[in-house]
Each structure stands twice: as C-alpha cells, then as structure tokens.
Design a protein around this ligand. Structure first.
Ligand code: PHE
Length: 355
C-alpha cells in the first residue's frame, strides 16, 4: 500500500507541472509499459497475503484508473494547444482588402472577334472553326481554284511540304468547304481565325486575321448580302449611317464578286467612319460559285447564297485608333495594357460592344 501511495503522489506532482508531449509519453510508459510501475504492481497481486489481496487489487485498480484518466486529460490538453498554435499560425485575415493583382488584358484582335461573333449571332449566324494547317484541296481546288489557276499566285502561299499538299491557309474560305461537307444545307455561319501569306510590310503581316461568312439557302440573293453587310458595319462601328460601296471584283469561288469599301474622313487626326469622301477597302464577297456548291454535293439548282471574307485586323485598327498593324503582333506588354480590354467586359449587343 505504501508503494502505491508513493507512486501516486510522485506522478500527480509530475502531471501537474509543465510537461510536453514526449514527457507525457515517457510518464505513460514508466507507469503502464511492460515493466512499468503499475504493471509490475499487478504482477505482485498473486504473491500478496490473501487477507490483504482484495483491498490491494481494488486500490491498485483505483489508482491505475485515476492516473490513466489524468494522463489522457493532459494529452488532450496538449493536443488542443498544438491545434490552436497551428490555427494561429495559418490564420487568414479575411477582413484585409484584396491584394491589387494584375489581371491580364484581352488583345484588341480577340476583342474584335468577340464583337463580330456577337453581332452576327444576333441575326442567326453560328460560329465555325477550321485548322490553320489546311490541305491544298480545301484551300484552293474545292474553292474553284484548280492547279495552275492564276489566283493561286496572288496568295503567296506558305507550303509545308514538297508536293504542296499541306499549307498554312491563305484565307478562311476553306471553312466554307469544311462546313458544307460536314452538314446539310441551309448554312448560316461565320468562321473567324488566323490566316497566312508570305507578305510583310507596314500594312501586311505574314499572319493576319479574317472572318468568313457563308449563307446558303433556297432563296438568297445579293440583296441579302448587302443588307447583312450594312447591318454588320453599322453595328460594328456603332454608327447609324454608313457610306458603303460595292466595287466589281474577281474571286474564283464567287460569281458575281465584289469588294466593299467604306467611306471615312480624318478630322483632327481622328478617323470618322461613315462620312467624308475617302474610301477604305475592308472585305471581299460575292454569290457562291455553282462549282463550289457542286464540289460539296450541294445542288446549285436548288440552293444558292453569298459568302464574304473580312479583314479583322484592319477593322480593329480603325475602330480602336491603332495605326500600326505590326503593334498587334509585337507582344509589347505596355501596348497591351493600353489597348487591351478588361476580360470581364464581354461584348454584347445589348450591353454595348465596346465601352
Ligand atoms: N477569301 C477571300 C480573300 O481572302 C475573301 C472572300 C471570301 C471573297 C468569301 C469572297 C467570298 O481575299
């Protein structure tokens, strides 16, 4: 009995003091380990005189429970301290103001493509895409531009193989072919994207952007083409009146073909669209050639329609007062910060295209 009391008082004192986790584990094993103080007392039970044995066992159990309870309590306490310390260290002060981080800017060409898509989707066009690497058939042959056709020379094509089978598309018109091969008429699509020609100076870049338009149905005529384009130009430049002229032109894949100029003037160094007596060419268009329709198994006796190809970079330059085409592709961060758009300002015809 004396032993037990001693053990108890000794360990009570220890547990009351400041102990850390490894110390408490040490205490635990000193008491309850294989040869621990309490464990060895239990081994003694059998050798104790019968008259005292019962009391000894019950006292021993009592002390064991008490010490065990205290140790568990202490362990919990230490665990809580540890958790609290961790919480304190990893605390995030949500009342702090947002850190001013740099949000990227949308490139004016991307913005212009979004605006164009929004304008055309209002009148029922959907958006198609085609690859930059095209085959010669989609880019030329199917578009009524067979081998040795002089129009091929006008395109300054980047060929990708000796046999001239693969190339970087010289216009977005091959998407007309892809769309018509894939689906059944009617078709009403636009196809924006990158195009390539081996041409580089102040107003030409070897990579530039076009948006193709294609509308094929059973009752489409040139009046629809005119109406569609004048709607587009007015919406795009956000003006009520526009001066537009159709000049006869030639493309192998349209007949008749036209190029469209818009009227503008320069006032106080600023370009004003829709007024004045200067003309700027912005697109090529025409009624889709029956041979093109035949090539994609669309019956030209039943279906006809128009197509157009607009130069996107030029439109963006005009609208946003950017006077050097090369700046578009310089990747100058300062330029992008100045001319770029907020990524959350998605253009829409209702909210306004550009603000
Ligand atoms: N693909 C022509 C070009 O790049 C433009 C165009 C498209 C003309 C569709 C007519 C019809 O010059």
């Amino acid at each position: 009995m004396h032993d037990l009391k001693k053990i108890k008082s000794e360990f009570l004192a220890k547990l009351k003091g400041k102990v850390n986790l490894s110390e408490i584990n040490q205490i635990k094993s000193n008491l309850f380990g294989k040869n621990g103080l309490i464990s060895s007392q239990f081994k003694k039970i059998g050798s104790i005189e019968v008259s005292r044995r019962k009391k000894f066992a019950s006292d021993l159990n009592f002390i064991k429970d008490e010490l065990q309870g205290l140790i568990n309590l202490k362990l919990k306490e230490l665990e809580n301290v540890e958790i609290n310390e961790k919480l304190e260290k990893e605390k995030i002060d949500i009342t702090l103001p947002e850190r001013p981080f740099v949000r990227g800017r949308i490139h004016p060409v991307s913005q212009t493509i979004d605006e164009i898509s929004s304008i055309f989707s209002e009148i029922g066009f959907s958006v198609e895409e085609g690859p930059d690497v095209e085959n010669e058939y989609n880019n030329f042959t199917a578009l009524n531009t067979p081998d040795n056709h002089p129009a091929r020379d006008m395109h300054d094509t980047f060929y990708l193989d000796e046999k001239k089978q693969k190339l970087l598309r010289t216009h977005t018109s091959p998407v007309q072919i892809r769309t018509m091969l894939k689906d059944k008429p009617p078709f009403k699509i636009i196809a924006p994207g990158r195009t390539y020609r081996s041409d580089s100076d102040q107003t030409h870049s070897p990579m530039f952007h076009q948006v193709e338009g294609l509308h094929i149905d059973t009752n489409i005529n040139m009046g629809h083409l005119k109406g569609c384009l004048s709607y587009f130009i007015k919406e795009f430049f956000e003006v009520k009146k526009i001066k537009m002229r159709f000049r006869p032109s030639h493309f192998p894949f349209t007949e008749p073909s036209a190029e469209v100029d818009i009227g503008y003037e320069i006032k106080d160094g600023k370009i004003i669209i829709g007024e004045g007596d200067k003309w700027l060419e912005i697109l090529g268009c025409g009624m889709v050639h029956p041979n093109v329709l035949r090539n994609v198994k669309v019956d030209p006796a039943k279906y006809q329609g128009y197509a157009f190809g607009i130069g996107i970079d030029r439109l963006a330059m005009l609208k946003y007062g950017i006077n050097d085409l090369r700046a578009f592709f310089d990747c100058d961060y300062r330029w992008l910060n100045h001319f770029g758009f907020d990524p959350l300002d998605v253009p829409s015809n209702y909210r306004g295209l550009s603000r």
